[in-house]
Design a binder for this molecule. Structure first.
Ligand code: ADP
Ligand code: MG
Length: 231
């Protein structure tokens, strides 16, 4: 049997009650993301980008439709199962880094392995390996406040990689960085993509989206265009 897609979504709807009616943040989205893709999700404010990323990240569940992450049917999992799926299959990168202050780079990176039940010596070895991968081997004992914005985002990317996730999810990962630092972070994503990582990135910036291998545009909770839907 061939390996399942990293993401398979069928007719995904996410509605919120509003007054008497409902607002459809996602109004029926279907997509397949094969392993090894680098997808940029774009669209104007309110088009449903964050809602979709939250579903892919198993931080939220669809109101209706089917979603499978690496062949795991999300609807079949209870909250503990979803948490396990997140920890084992997904890595998250955020605009604001979300690192623990007064905590070294390597302890920040090792944190997801605490939840995965990995013993401390192996946690630290893998954290160092992940920091090495993002070019920060010489900064492992620094606190976030002792690092530049670009370096902090590299630590956050190392933290996302340390569990060896199936899928790397990023919400405006360059949104808090100047343009030169943004390019360096995108170069890092490009390296990871070349090495086989699967990346889904939300961005409002066309220059960021241009670096991805596929662009999926949302409008009013639907896919308005997808330049790689058959890949
Ligand atoms: P984007 O990230 O593209 O700006 P969102 O996914 O945040 O868009 O939101 C899509 C739509 O769903 C918007 O109209 C937004 O107001 C609505 N929405 C998002 N979250 C909620 C919520 N918790 N309650 C009600 N409406 C929401
Ligand atoms: Mg958003």
């Amino acid at each position: 049997m061939s390996r399942p897609d990293a993401v398979r979504g069928e007719d995904l709807v996410r509605s919120y009650a509003q007054g008497e009616g409902a607002v459809h943040a996602l109004a029926g989205v279907s997509m397949r993301i094969p392993h090894g893709a680098w997808v940029a999700i774009t669209g104007s404010s309110g088009s449903g980008k964050s809602t979709l990323l939250n579903l892919l990240g198993c931080l939220d569940r669809p109101t209706s439709g089917h979603l499978a992450i690496d062949g795991n049917d999300v609807a079949a999992l209870d909250d503990a199962g979803l948490a396990r799926l997140r920890n084992r299959h997904l890595g998250f990168v955020f605009q604001q880094f979300h690192l623990l202050s007064r905590t070294s780079a390597e302890e920040n990176v090792a944190l997801p392995l605490v939840y995965a039940g990995v013993a401390r010596p192996e946690r630290l070895a893998r954290a160092r390996e992940a920091l090495d991968r993002v070019g920060l081997a010489d900064r492992r004992t620094h606190w976030p406040s002792q690092l530049s914005g670009g370096q902090q985002q590299r630590v956050a990317i190392a933290r996302a990689l340390v569990t060896r996730p199936t899928l790397l999810l990023a919400d405006e990962p360059t949104g808090a960085l100047d343009s030169r630092t943004s390019e360096e972070i995108l170069d890092l994503f490009a390296d990871l993509h070349r090495q086989g990582a699967t990346v889904v990135m939300v961005t409002h910036d066309p220059a960021v989206a241009a670096r991805a291998s596929r662009r999926l545009v949302l409008a009013d909770g639907r896919i308005a265009s997808d330049d790689g839907s058959l890949s």
